[in-house]
Design a protein around this ligand. Structure first.
Ligand code: XIL
Length: 457
């Protein structure tokens, strides 16, 4: 499985904090640094024959600090919204793949495999589908699957063919599909998906089927009967929208029983929500919970990968759907790695040290601004436990920003990426010591303060 190239360095995650007015400051936050420098969750998972991915959605693709993490940390992407029926077939027979195509193109550009989500679901369904006469609905479902899975043929490695078709007690959910087509609609959907894309792995996907219970028993029986009848199903997706401290104890056992039926299993929408605000104790519990889920997957060979339902607490669906809850993901709102990230990192075989031999933090400050231009100063501080011999600061130029002339550092730009290494005379910083570099820049937009990262060399 392809994985993004890593960079060997100790990294301290940086956060940008916009301050009202013309002048603004970005601050860096220290985080534990992996001893196995340069690894990512995607690379670690790949070394174990798995993927570790994230869902994403179109609005965030324009956020450079976000896409920097999305494109480098993960080796799998799930299209979080824009492959759903309301986007792909908003009116009968009228298909639109513009938004989802953008996410698929992003994934391809970053060597990430794509999970398609989702072909048949009762939510985010355009109204017209509910009005289709019973005698025509199966034809409409087949046509939808054929068009959508056909459009992405060869580009989507896994498809969530049917989503959330069961109630908690294991009975069929009374969706429009269930009511107008009957029990057979799920099998028909899988057959249509196989015909549209013969190489995609076809999944049934649901929530609250992570551990053993009435609902997962019902899915288990369905998969067993599909296998017996030769209905083309390849996998079961456990969404894993979990609650802090409540990871079911039977996740591994559940994964194993599905695997023994001859299907793959994937953790497809992992998040572990808590009552907000976060605190250290909740973060520690969450880290333990994430670790338990990763370990359960790794214990069963047919558990092929894990996807978080977006990666940053700033872009999670949880607060809007579960009031008072949130902080469910592995990065915070400012893209700093949380304890849960490091628990996953370690569970996937990475080594984490909380006492980096050297580290640095960078603070970016706009010191003056005028029409079309600005002056900025970046402070680099040794936050590690030994002296630095050199440092590198990176950020993404946005909205027409360009660096015109820079002092006390050596600039390299590559497209939108600005990289500044120390000058020959200011690479050495004693523990706690700081130095600065500055530059004159031009800007055609609002001159946003970027997230800056600092690495020691
Ligand atoms: C959620 C998205 O994250 C939200 O942005 C959207 O408003 C609603 O859907 N189970 C699923 C996902 O299978 O498609 C859902 O995604 C979350 C629950």
């Amino acid at each position: 499985m392809p994985a993004p190239a890593g960079r060997a360095r100790h990294v301290l995650a940086a956060t940008a904090v916009a301050v009202a007015g013309a002048l603004a400051v970005g601050t860096a936050v220290a985080a534990p640094s992996p001893a196995e420098a340069g690894s990512t969750l995607g690379r670690l998972a790949a070394a174990k024959g798995r993927y570790f991915g994230s869902a994403t959605d179109n609005p965030t693709l324009d956020n450079a600090p976000y896409t920097a993490v999305l494109g480098s940390e993960f080796n799998q992407i799930t299209v979080g919204n824009t492959q759903k029926w309301q986007y792909t077939e908003p009116s009968r027979g009228q298909f639109d793949f513009t938004q989802a195509d953008r996410i698929v193109a992003f994934a391809q550009a970053h060597d990430q495999v794509v999970r398609g989500h989702t072909l048949v679901w009762h939510n985010q369904l355009p109204d017209w589908v509910n009005d289709v006469p019973a005698g025509e609905l199966l034809g409409v479902v087949r046509n939808h699957i054929s068009a959508v899975a056909g459009h992405y043929r060869g580009q989507v490695v896994h498809w969530d063919v049917v989503n959330e078709a069961f109630e908690e007690d294991g009975t069929r959910r009374q969706t429009v599909f269930q009511q107008k087509i009957g029990d057979g609609y799920i099998a028909e959907a899988f057959k249509a998906a196989r015909a549209a894309d013969p190489h995609a792995k076809l999944y049934y996907n649901d929530y609250n089927i992570d551990g053993i219970g009435a609902k997962s028993d019902a899915v288990y029986e369905m998969v067993k009967s599909f296998k017996r009848q030769g209905i083309p199903i390849d996998g079961v997706g456990l969404q894993a929208h979990l609650i802090l401290g409540q990871v079911p104890s039977t996740v591994e056992q559940n994964i194993r029983r599905f695997a023994e039926l001859g299907v793959d299993v994937a953790i497809t929408e992992l998040d572990i929500r808590m009552r907000t605000p976060r605190d250290a104790a909740k973060d520690a519990q969450q880290a333990q919970d994430y670790r338990a889920v990763v370990n359960a997957c790794l214990a069963v060979t047919r558990c092929v990968g894990i996807t978080v339902w977006d990666f940053s607490d700033g872009y999670s669906w949880i607060p809007s759907v579960f009031p008072g809850e949130g902080a469910a993901l592995i990065y915070d709102e400012n893209f700093a790695k949380k304890p849960a990230y490091w628990a996953v990192y370690e569970a996937l075989g990475g080594t984490v040290t909380t006492d980096p031999p050297a580290g640095c933090a960078a603070t970016y400050r706009v010191t003056a601004q005028w029409h079309g231009g600005f002056q900025a100063e970046v402070t680099v501080r040794n936050t590690g436990t030994t002296a630095t011999t050199g440092w590198t600061v990176r950020w993404t130029l946005a909205q027409g920003q360009a660096v015109r002339s820079l002092w006390n550092g050596v600039l390299a730009t590559n497209g939108q990426e600005a990289t500044v290494r120390n000058a020959p005379y200011n690479g050495r910083l004693a523990v706690g010591a700081a130095t600065t570099f500055g530059f004159i820049g031009s800007s055609t937009g609002t001159n946003p303060v970027p997230a800056v990262t600092c690495a020691t060399a």
